[in-house]
Design a protein around this ligand. Structure first.
Ligand code: AMP
Length: 267
């Protein structure tokens, strides 16, 4: 029924980007039914003003509902707290389990830690990193590739909220990152994702892949660090245009999710 509803109602992609002095401040992407556009746009403008912006850009675009791809959030595994250097080592381990070569994992991690944009700041979007050689393949190193036109359906959101809340994960960022990871893992050619935030007070990050699901590390950086980013690891020989088109153009809705588990339960 829900899927039918999504295909017969007009859906709109809403994108928000806030910047100041040409520096990326915040961004968000949603995919909502027409009736929710006004409310969600207001929410995003509110969020853009959390840090006084120089400019805020909002785009609202009708999507072709018949092209919506439906997907699911994988199981979430919570790794016990460790310092950020141990966390980074564990993240490299998770990437290797996912089929990424160590050299490639280390190269991506070092790029994010140093500020992956050519100006030494965080990028607006993600790097595309060859999972074997570690070569960066995104066409624009400032902007990167942004996963857009993605969201979670209302029923799945309620149930995900309950599942996350039971583990003390009520932060909006966590829910948004889970939806983003679900789309990234559904993209053709993508092997795994590595992420940590560029927000000074948010130190958690994750590795996502078919092999490890969504593995969350409480610390992948030190508090106060403004550098963060995302790497989408791709198979050698992948089709760049198809991957970028899926991430940026194909509408994607999460309709289900896995369970949240502690790392210890898994062993
Ligand atoms: P955030 O988790 O929002 O702090 O984002 C952390 C980093 O991930 C940002 O600095 C960007 O480099 C990247 N990023 C944020 N949103 C997206 C997106 N929609 N698609 C790809 N990369 C993103």
């Amino acid at each position: 029924m829900l899927i039918f509803a999504a295909m017969t109602n007009p859906y709109y992609s809403i994108r928000m980007h806030a910047e100041r002095d040409e520096l990326h401040l915040s961004g968000a992407e949603r995919l909502v039914p027409a009736a929710a556009v006004e409310r969600v746009t207001q929410e995003l403008i509110g969020r853009a003003f959390n840090t006084p912006p120089g400019a805020v850009r909002i785009s609202v675009d009708l999507v072709d509902s018949s092209r919506i791809v439906f997907g699911a959030i994988p199981d979430v595994t919570l790794v016990p707290k460790a310092d950020y250097l141990q966390g980074r080592q564990q993240a490299v381990g998770a990437l290797i389990e996912s089929g990424v070569q160590e050299k490639s994992a280390l190269a991506a991690l070092a790029a994010i830690a140093a500020g992956a944009s050519p100006d030494g700041h965080a990028m607006r979007g993600a790097m595309l990193v060859d999972a074997v050689s570690g070569e960066r393949l995104e066409p624009d190193r400032h902007r990167g590739v942004r996963a857009t036109r993605l969201d979670i359906m209302a029923d799945a959101e309620v149930s995900l909220h309950e599942e996350l809340h039971a583990s003390g994960l009520q932060h909006l960022r966590t829910r948004e990152a889970l939806v983003l990871a679900a789309k990234v893992l559904a993209a053709p050619g993508v092997v795994a994702e590595l992420c940590w935030s560029d927000a000074a007070d948010y130190t958690a990050g994750y590795v996502a892949s078919q092999q490890v699901g969504y593995r969350r590390f409480p610390n992948l950086k030190q508090t106060g660090d403004l550098l963060g980013g995302r790497a989408f690891f791709v198979r050698p020989g992948f089709d760049l245009d198809a991957t970028v088109a899926f991430l940026q153009q194909t509408p994607f809705l999460v309709q289900g999710h896995g369970r949240v588990k502690q790392m210890d339960e898994m062993q």
